[in-house]
Design a protein around this ligand. Structure first.
Ligand SMILES: *Cc1c(COP(=O)(O)O)cnc(C)c1O
Length: 465
């Protein structure tokens, strides 16, 4: 592999575009422990990345690239940390939409998590895994009658209802099945949180939830209580956003939810036993992100709910939370091979990998930021301002917008992108008829394919000519 074929890319801080990347890190080989999974380390002899005890060059040879790798111990450790931090008087629902497979559902069950699904497909995966139905929550603003029926028949522990239409459908289905389905009402608390800020007066022009302020939530509660024979209202639910780094937004939401619980007690004489604050806790995609430890988050959320309920004269409801990214994101990385390196003089160097927006749509969709490292070897070459891009026919096909890679990065090298365990495989597409990568769980030096790579036969099997 030629190390001198790509000489002309800009390499120094003086060419940084405005609003562009932070200055190059001092050490391009370093793996920050907040960004990389616990099982990721440089082999002191070869400089290559070892992942849960296996050299990534070996993983690339055996399973090909691109590939999603999950550090199974790290995944389980994070799951356990959430369950333990929230304790016996709360429930932690893993948001399956972040990434769900049969193996993942089994890990979730084994580590004491509950599980949220939000489609018939996710429900099917959970049921295939034998996940205890009583520990399932079913979300969605437009669950079909068939999906609701399947949930009721399976004995799903809670359906989080999101429309008046759904209330009527669900009541009818529960009656048909002769059951009393436990439900929560999803409310919009008028809080919207994203990353470092939250808006306490977010307008409610969105598809999810019943408005607290506008009275739709109160109306939904009344209708459910009227269907009391077949619907058991257990509480209120709110989800305020994603990639949130402090509890200020949750505090405002909890205050408004507690007011609503007090109003329900006043109007209907019932004290709802549960409260769900949703998910959205942030993770470190880059060294600039600094999420609080989960024990800290748990302590604050429980404190907030206790204080609000005391002030409103309510018994403390059983709390639930729904982390997705915070459990599944950090343990996962994506391994790519570099195919082409294109220096654009005066701009930057485009480094193309063998995947892209089909395996990670988040950069194109949300301007997400990621950390990328050269991982088949170390390099002491100088930093090269780069953009890691995919192989799709779309100029927005960017994996890492602003990256510093060693200037000798060349075709055949392996790159790893950190924190891709959530919302990458689960949002993967077949754009350009590119095949979806496999998901490989690695634990104590053993690698296991938990979702195999798609094949051309898989793709062509759908095409009936
Ligand atoms: C997406 C979602 C979550 C999980 O969000 P994360 O950012 O992955 O923690 C939890 N609850 C609901 C209702 C969601 O829509």
């Amino acid at each position: 592999m030629s190390r001198s074929a790509h000489p002309a890319g800009p390499r120094h801080a003086d060419v940084l575009p405005e609003g562009g990347p932070a200055a190059a890190p001092a050490d391009l080989n370093r793996l920050d422990g907040r960004v990389w999974p616990g099982g990721a380390a440089r082999d002191p002899d070869t400089g290559a990345l070892t992942f849960a005890g296996i050299d990534v060059r070996e993983l690339a040879r055996e399973f090909g690239t691109p590939a999603y790798l999950i550090d199974e111990d790290d995944w389980r450790r994070r799951a356990r940390a959430w369950v333990e931090a929230f304790g016996a008087d709360a429930d932690v629902f893993y948001a399956g939409k972040s990434f769900l497979s049969v193996a993942i559902a089994k890990w979730a069950a084994e580590e004491g998590l509950h599980l949220d699904v939000c489609s018939g497909g996710e429900l099917a995966v959970a049921l295939r895994a034998g996940f205890p139905a009583a520990r399932l929550g079913f979300h969605g603003n437009n669950k079909s009658v068939a999906e609701l029926e399947r949930a009721v028949a399976a004995g799903v522990g809670r359906v989080i209802v999101d429309s008046h239409d759904e209330i009527e459908r669900l009541a009818a289905l529960a009656a048909e099945h002769g059951v009393r389905q436990r439900v929560m009402v999803r409310v919009t608390a008028g809080v919207e949180a994203h990353t470092h800020e939250f808006i306490a007066t977010a307008h409610e022009d969105q598809k999810f939830g019943f408005s607290l302020a506008g009275g739709a939530a109160a109306e939904a509660v009344s209708r459910i209580l009227k269907h009391g024979e077949h619907l058991e209202l257990i509480g209120l639910h709110s989800h305020i956003g994603s990639q949130i780094f402090d509890t200020a937004g949750f505090e405002v939401a909890a205050h408004r939810l507690t007011e609503a619980l007090a109003a329900i007690k006043r109007d209907h004489g019932v004290e709802l036993p549960e409260l769900d604050l949703g998910g959205g806790l942030g993770i470190a995609y880059t060294e600039a992100d600094d999420p609080a430890p989960v024990v800290e988050t748990a302590r604050r959320l429980k404190e907030i709910v206790a204080r609000e309920c005391d002030a409103a004269g309510l018994a403390h409801p059983r709390l639930s939370v729904e982390p997705g990214r915070a459990i599944a994101g950090p343990p996962g990385i994506t391994l790519y091979e570099v195919g082409t390196v294109k220096p654009l003089p005066g701009l930057r160097t485009y480094v193309s990998v063998d995947g892209g927006m089909s395996d990670n749509i988040r950069t194109a969709l949300y301007d997400a930021e990621y950390t990328v490292r050269l991982v088949n070897r170390e390099s002491t070459d100088e930093p090269m301002l780069s953009r890691v891009v995919g192989k799709h026919c779309e100029s927005g096909d960017i994996v890492v917008r602003d990256a510093w890679l060693p200037a000798d990065t060349a075709p055949g090298d392996l790159l790893a992108v950190a924190a891709t365990g959530a919302y990458c495989r689960s949002m993967a597409s077949n754009y350009n008829h590119v095949l979806k990568p496999p998901v490989i769980a690695v634990r104590a030096g053993e690698a296991r394919v938990i979702v195999r790579r798609e094949t051309e036969d898989d793709l062509l099997g759908l095409d009936l000519g």
